[in-house]
Design a protein around this ligand. Structure first.
Ligand SMILES: Cc1cc2nc3c(=O)[nH]c(=O)nc-3n(C[C@H](O)[C@H](O)[C@H](O)COP(=O)(O)O)c2cc1C
Ligand code: SF4
Length: 435
């Protein structure tokens, strides 16, 4: 079943008080928690496994399987850490979710923590989004006052403390091991894996790190059953997910649909590419996912479909660019982001992003040459698979994928001695009056 707007997480977003406990309860909220607390923890893990839910933070690892890795009876404390660091260009689903329905995340976190037998859970939010932090604090206080958090939750005997932690604002702190280092109070540098967090995570104890959307999906699975969730989506990518459309699209925003939905179907929902223009290139899941073009309008947007087209599903942050956009300029802007955000721990990424930015700048000004394209690809080869964490693999995507599809456009810059595009024409608001 694909192509249909299927609001589950987003079903109540347009209610004016959707973020309050009263509105969440009105919509059936916290009933799944009562059911979960009356179910053995391993059965909850089994239910999430059976639902086929895969991590919504980008990598798509099966959520129930990850929970099952937590050793039981080991005598160590267990932790649940919700990754709410959402910082990638184009990715904008977790922040709207936490603003609109923070209780969906909190209910999911309580159920997940109960399933892995944790008594402490954390929501790690990027520090810049003060409005989100405030909203979460308010929602946690409401949940605590209602007896959903704290001691003996709903008379079940289960205790949980949930802490909202504000990071200092670094993209790398979204990488799960860097996040844990940061949460412990150190500079947010990644750790070597293995050991994976399930064995040695927060304070060297078994820890589950899950994305906001993954955890917020859990209450609906417990409420409606694993089969309900597994009945949506495609064969290996089950369920629904939030697709965020931004850029040159008539109605940007979040569209919740089954995994496997295509860009063509999503554009239909969003009113299409801005009027009078045509699709040139797009990212399926944020800036780290290689760009695709108008040849890929019918690629099923699930983990397998996006990979089959040479990209990745990532976070379903679809950035849409029409023919007024200079792809060299776009690749430069993204690479500048990666250069700025590189944590500097390993040489290929620290140096690679630095030099890639300089070469792209030269190319964009029309002062580069065809050899510069080979140099960019050579630097990329020396980064992919050779960096300490996956940041380095993804930082090269804008340059390599844009050269793959638009090599001629790079060469055109060099031939002309400048950029053939007018940046004002590609501004998102250009021509809005005419629509
Ligand atoms: C550089 C980098 C940044 C990341 N940023 C995020 C992020 O902001 N949010 C997120 O959930 N996962 C992010 N991830 C992925 C996490 O490392 C991890 O896979 C994820 O939180 C696991 O949750 P999931 O299984 O529910 O998807 C990032 C990974 C890398 C390499
Ligand atoms: S690839 Fe290396 S330098 Fe880049 S963010 Fe990861 S650890 Fe830091």
């Amino acid at each position: 079943m694909t192509g249909v707007l299927t609001p589950v997480l987003t079903a109540h977003w347009d209610e004016p008080d959707s973020f309050t406990l009263a509105a969440y309860r009105r919509a059936g909220g916290y009933r799944a928690l009562a059911r979960a607390l009356a179910t053995p923890p391993d059965d909850i893990i089994g239910m999430v496994k059976a639902s086929g839910l895969r991590g919504r933070g980008g990598a798509g690892f099966p959520t129930g399987v990850k929970w099952g890795f937590i050793p039981q009876g080991d005598g160590k404390p267990h932790y649940l850490v919700v990754n709410a660091d959402e910082s990638e260009p184009g990715t904008c689903k977790d922040i709207p979710l936490m603003m609109a329905t923070p209780h969906a995340l909190i209910e999911g976190a309580i159920i997940a923590a109960y399933a892995i037998r944790a008594h402490h859970a954390f929501i790690y939010v990027r520090g810049e989004v003060l409005h989100v932090i405030r909203r979460l604090h308010q929602a946690v206080a409401e949940a605590q006052a209602a007896g959903y958090l704290g001691r003996d939750i709903l008379g079940s005997g289960y205790d949980l403390e949930l802490v909202v932690h504000a990071g200092a604002g670094a993209y790398e702190c979204g990488e799960e091991t860097a996040l844990l280092t940061s949460l412990e109070g150190h500079r947010g540098l990644p750790r070597l894996k293995p050991p994976f967090p399930a064995i040695a995570g927060l304070y060297a104890s078994p820890t589950v790190v899950n994305n906001v959307e993954s955890i917020a999906s859990v209450p609906s699975i417990v409420a409606n059953g694993a089969d309900w969730f597994a009945g949506m989506g495609s064969e290996k990518s089950k369920g629904v997910g939030i697709f965020s459309l931004s850029g040159h699209v008539v109605t940007p925003g979040q569209y919740e649909a089954p995994l496997g939905t295509t860009l063509r179907e999503l554009l239909d929902l969003a009113g299409g590419v801005r009027h009078g223009h045509r699709l040139k290139f797009w990212t399926p899941g944020g800036s780290s996912t290689p760009i695709l073009t108008d040849e890929h309008l019918d690629v099923p947007l699930d983990f397998e479909g996006a990979a089959g087209a040479g990209s990745m599903l990532g976070t379903r942050g679809l950035q849409i660019f029409d023919e007024t956009t200079c792809v060299v300029r776009a690749a430069l802007r993204w690479t500048e982001f990666y250069e700025h955000e590189s944590c500097g721990k390993c040489t290929p990424c620290r140096e690679g992003t630095y030099w890639m930015t300089r070469i792209l700048r030269r190319l964009e000004r029309g002062e580069g040459s065809e050899e510069d394209l080979d140099k960019l690809l050579d630097i990329s080869d020396n980064m992919v698979g050779r960096t300490f964490c996956p940041f380095g693999d993804t930082a090269v995507s804008p340059a390599t994928s844009s050269i793959k599809y638009f090599r001629d456009e790079y060469i055109e810059h060099s031939k002309r001695g400048g950029c053939p595009f007018d940046p004002a024409a590609s501004a998102a608001w250009a021509g809005r009056e005419a629509q």
